[in-house]
Design a protein around this ligand. Sequence first.
Ligand code: CDT
Length: 322
Amino acid sequence: MSARRKIIVAAAQMGPVQRNHTRKQTIDRMVVLLNQAADRGADIAVYPEAILTPFFPHWHIEDEQELLGYFEDSMPNGGVQPLFDAAKDRGVGFSLGYAELTEDGRRFNTQIMVSGEGEIIGKYRKIHLPGYSDPRPHEPVQNLEKLYFEVGDLGFPVWEAFGGRVGMSICNDRRWPESYRVMGLQGVELILIGYNTLMHVPAMAEVDHLQSFHNLLSMQSNAYFNGTWVVAAGRAGVEEGISQLGQSAIIAPSGEVVAQAYTDGDEVITAEVDFDACNIFKKYMFNMREHRRPEHYGLISAPVSETWDAGELLDTQPVSGR
Ligand code: CDT
């Protein structure tokens, strides 16, 4: 019988990154968290989405130079090098979300996977960008990801890494079953997710009280449906007056939460990931070859123009959850 494949994973939740915090202060906090994870034997630590700066899509930034100040034009770079050095020093990998500016001026909401040798071994660019591209001055908080970022162009790859099959997704992706499924179809065993989730979304305030429920609901159900571990790290606390969910979690392929953050600040949670705990789900209930019926799922991958239009409904009926 082959040896079981087990690693220790960490979610490195982070409290607010305020506008007056320097990159260095933020990186220093991240190194502290990486060392805590290492002290607990972690093989990899996952950080929240775009965590090197405040989550700037919540503001309308008209000055191009100011906007570009939130982006990284290379990775690693001098600012984040201490994190890469700490990873190599402690032999702990990490997954980092940041705003990426490419050489040809394209902007993406990106997450990378870095090995315990401090080498970048995977990159994902966020596909499900929430919000809108037209600023809404009448609302207290903006969701301008569609203005600031392009839709990711790298798909949902899965890498042989850390002893298993590992994929990544970013924040709003975690609410879309398709993102997990595309990785599930590649045999994913561990999905690393960084996120920033608002506690108050003006356009859908009626469901504000369900933010924590929907966070776990999305990740627990999709972990189970695909027989995969999920490690999710959120930004927490009040950043520039805006409350963020936190509730970072590590979820087993059974859908059970095995570790969850309880603070609204910097906090490391860890759990042992047994990749072979995925097998029972992949082999029986969710055996993708035996039981899926993709010949009946055509609409799933049809162009959005062919799918049902919620706009028609919204024009004629009030939006109410109750
Ligand atoms: N960062 C991010 O993707 N946040 C979204 C908020 C959407 S509000 C319309 C989320 O899914 O949590």
